[in-house]
Design a protein around this ligand. Structure first.
Ligand code: L34
Length: 245
């Protein structure tokens, strides 16, 4: 909804990924002045549409729309973002159908390093409902010792320097520098910040951090594409769930 330029890029990537792997996708690009009621009507319509197995409402939504109201209206069995409170609750318990795409992608990246999360010091910087909080939960499920840091954290560098696995999702360009990282740590950068010169950078200062970390994700080309891959995985799963209903 609306004309957020970043959303346009991300939605296009999602449609392209669907086409590549043979998932049919439908885009409903609503004008910014659409009412909450009209958006809810569309969600209802797609909830009831038998040939739609997954629904994603790209965020952010314009200010006059309550995001929570919209997310709550999505049929939880079609909620391929895993943002609905029912799916969030299932993640907390550890018995879930869908994992939220970005934290799930981060877990895949960590897994690829060959490092076992069990017993490791895991530090998540950021506490949003869509990344920080579920990320901490997924690391906990893998038996990490998890610390969540945020804007009120005292002596952040002392905490981040303890991390064997550091996941950063704060939305501040190049916030975490090399001297805040433990030598040999695995560093996952969820940030996506557009500088004034149009350059895309993460929340980690890559140049200094890459000299200290044993593994680090770049921006672009790191977590972003993994988010899309996990969305495809969730959509296949939702199709299976729909077919078993
Ligand atoms: N509902 N809203 C909903 N679900 C989501 O999972 C998202 N998100 C976030 C924003 N709103 C959402 C995404 O899809 C962020 N996000 C996302 C997806 C893909 C990429 C980045 C963010 C991505 O592919 N990034 C590219 C660079 C793209 C560019 O050039 O701007 C990369 O290589 O990181």
């Amino acid at each position: 909804m609306g004309d957020d330029p970043a959303s346009r890029v991300y939605v296009n990537s999602k449609k392209k990924a669907c086409a590549e792997i043979g998932i049919k996708s439908e885009e409903y690009a609503l004008p910014a002045e659409t009412t909450e009621e009209q958006l809810l009507e569309l969600v209802q319509k797609l909830n009831n549409k038998p040939d739609i197995s997954g629904i994603l409402v790209q965020l952010p939504l314009p200010k006059h729309i309550n995001e929570e109201t919209i997310i709550n209206a999505i049929d939880p069995s079609k909620d391929v973002d895993a943002f609905h409170p029912m799916n969030v609750g299932k993640i907390m318990i550890g018995n879930f159908d869908f994992l939220p795409c970005t934290p799930a992608g981060v877990m895949e990246l960590i897994n690829e390093t060959g490092i076992d999360v069990a017993g490791k010091e895991c530090v998540v910087v950021g506490r949003s409902n869509i990344v920080g909080k579920p990320q901490a939960m997924l690391l906990l499920h893998k038996h990490g010792t998890v610390t969540i840091c945020h804007s009120r954290t005292k002596n952040l560098a002392a905490v981040t320097k303890r991390a064997d696995i550091l996941v950063v999702a704060v939305g501040i360009a190049e916030f975490i520098k090399g001297d805040m990282i433990k030598p040999g740590a695995v560093v996952i950068d969820v940030g996506m910040n557009r500088l004034e010169n149009k350059k895309l950078v993460g929340d980690v200062h890559f140049e200094s951090a890459s000299k200290v970390a044993s593994a680090i994700t770049p921006v672009p080309g790191g977590v972003g594409p993994m988010t899309i891959a996990m969305l495809m995985k969730n959509t296949v799963k939702s199709a299976i769930i729909q077919s078993e209903k």
